[in-house]
Design a protein around this ligand. Structure first.
Ligand SMILES: Cc1cc2nc3c(=O)[nH]c(=O)nc-3n(C[C@H](O)[C@H](O)[C@H](O)COP(=O)(O)OP(=O)(O)OC[C@H]3O[C@@H](n4cnc5c(N)ncnc54)[C@H](O)[C@@H]3O)c2cc1C
Length: 460
């Protein structure tokens, strides 16, 4: 061991969850250490679309959106198949407006409000997430916080039954950080952790690996060693909608199906209700040949593209040659190597469903989660976007209380241990609603900072 230092709070991981917790705690006057394994802050948060899910915001009011915390809750439970821990949802809904205001106070600007996966109202608030993260880190340092970039947390330090610190490793040795107020695990998911995926979701190893480079499940492992409970582990799923040649450099995720596209497999057949959560679609597409599904749409859907807007940017995808265009469906089928008659029959059958002549065998009745009228695929030119499931996130992990305290397998609080963000389980249940991951990092980060500050204040 090289040296040791003492803080009021030690936060592990510098994505939205860790940066929010650390900054909010430092601004409450706590002496905070922020430990990040890679050389830069950001994690998966920096690679994300930047959508935050909130209801009751001024941005929704300005856009004339009719939404409420009750509807938000109902959508969360529906998308999570009622397997969510409702106490966590209640905590989120009670604190979302405060968290959104806190983000705005720290420079976040929500430039668009959109409907997306799992939502029945326009609830996704678009931010320039890299800018938000940079501003939070700057605010953390202004508030006197200490950053340990390039330091990997390896082991929690326990005295009696209380977590009192953490061992961290860097190229130049090992440090021990002691903490009076406890340790917060905010190390993200394990989308890059093939060992963890082998244990919890081996079928998902077929998805394209993605997410923050450091997201290998270290925090989950450290808490597991102390007997932490776990939730939602069986629901790990990639997100459907990324070209097989997706790279880390460009955020390539298209959800044209929420705008009216259908998804067909290599036999030219639909295989699921495209209005479902893109996580559910991620599971469904893995069952198809080569884990591949083509988003098929026409000129009316293509016209809804917005350059630079995550999930909707068809312009850039066409520029880089990942989106195929043809004047007829037969030509399109030829380009993507799908039987032309099969594709024509599928589109014809779908258009009959849209026209109300038949009921959809896949059960589709809307564009996205019960909202939006189906439109026929009829207007040339036609488009095909070949896409796989992208292992962006894992959305499962340690069990927590609404205050962010980690609980053990028996449901008892592990003294001195907190967790925030993607490393936590129980919030999403069976599937995920867009914007609720960045959202829960911001909401629970604020809650944990407040909880620890209050407890330290009371103990003095
Ligand atoms: C392509 C893509 C698009 C997405 N779009 C959205 C979206 O629009 N809206 C939304 O809500 N969610 C979205 N998500 C999901 C969301 O980005 C993540 O779930 C969320 O950012 C997780 O935040 P976090 O702070 O918990 O983890 P992260 O942001 O991943 O941060 C965790 C940090 O911990 C570090 N770390 C790991 N192990 C250690 C260790 N041992 N010691 C120290 N540090 C460690 C990691 O290096 C990382 O920097 C998207 C994800 C991806 C990949």
């Amino acid at each position: 061991m090289n040296t040791s230092e003492t803080f009021d709070l030690v936060v592990l991981g510098a994505g939205i969850a860790g940066l929010t917790t650390a900054t909010a705690a430092a601004e409450r006057g706590l002496r905070v250490a922020l430990v990040e394994k890679t050389e830069a802050v950001g994690g998966s948060s920096a690679m994300s679309g930047g959508w935050f899910a909130f209801s009751g915001t001024p941005e929704q009011d300005a856009a004339g959106v009719d939404d409420s915390a009750e509807l938000f809750l109902q959508d969360m439970l529906e998308v999570g198949e009622h397997r969510n821990d409702k106490t966590l949802l209640d905590a989120y809904l009670a604190r979302q407006e405060q968290a959104a205001a806190w983000l705005r106070d720290h420079g976040a600007v929500f430039t668009q409000v959109e409907i997306s996966s799992g939502q029945s109202a326009k609830r996704s608030h678009l931010s320039d997430i890299k800018d938000v993260l940079a501003k939070l880190h700057a605010a953390f340092e202004v508030a006197g916080g200490t950053s340990y970039l390039g330091h990997r947390a390896t082991r929690l330090v326990v005295e009696g039954e209380r977590v009192v610190g953490v061992q961290i490793e860097a190229a130049d040795g090992i440090l021990e950080l002691h903490s009076r107020g406890g340790v917060v695990i905010a190390t993200g998911g394990f989308s890059r952790g093939s060992e963890m995926l082998k244990v919890f979701a081996p079928d998902q190893l077929a998805a394209i690996p993605y997410g923050g480079k450091g997201n290998t499940g270290d925090g989950l492992r450290m808490a597991w060693r102390l007997g932490a409970g776990m939730a939602d582990m069986s629901f790990v799923s990639g997100t459907y909608g990324s070209h097989p040649d997706t790279t880390d450099e460009f955020h390539e995720l298209l959800t044209a199906y929420y705008l009216g596209a259908i998804i067909v497999n290599q036999s030219g057949e639909r295989f699921t209700d495209e209005a479902q959560s893109y996580k559910t679609l991620g599971r469904e597409v893995l069952k198809q040949q080569d884990g591949l599904g083509y988003q098929i749409f026409d000129a009316t859907v293509r016209a809804k593209s917005e350059r630079g807007v995550p999930l909707k940017d068809m312009d850039t995808l066409e520029d880089i040659g990942h989106l195929h265009r043809a004047d007829t469906l037969a030509e399109l089928a030829d380009i993507i190597g799908v039987d032309a008659d099969a594709l024509a029959a599928t589109v014809e059958a779908y258009n009959r469903v849209v026209g109300g002549e038949t009921v959809d065998p896949q059960g589709r009745t809307s564009l996205c989660n019960g909202v939006g009228e189906l439109k026929p695929i009829a207007q040339a030119p036609f488009f095909a976007y070949p896409a796989k499931s992208l292992m962006t996130t894992t959305y499962c992990g340690v069990t927590i209380t609404p205050q962010g305290e980690v609980t053990n397998v028996d449901g008892e609080v592990i003294d001195g241990l907190y967790a925030v963000g993607e490393v936590t389980g129980g919030f999403h249940g069976a599937a995920y609603m867009t914007g609720t991951s960045l959202g829960k990092g911001a909401v629970f980060g604020n809650i944990v900072a407040e909880t620890v500050a209050t407890r330290l204040g009371e103990s003095q």
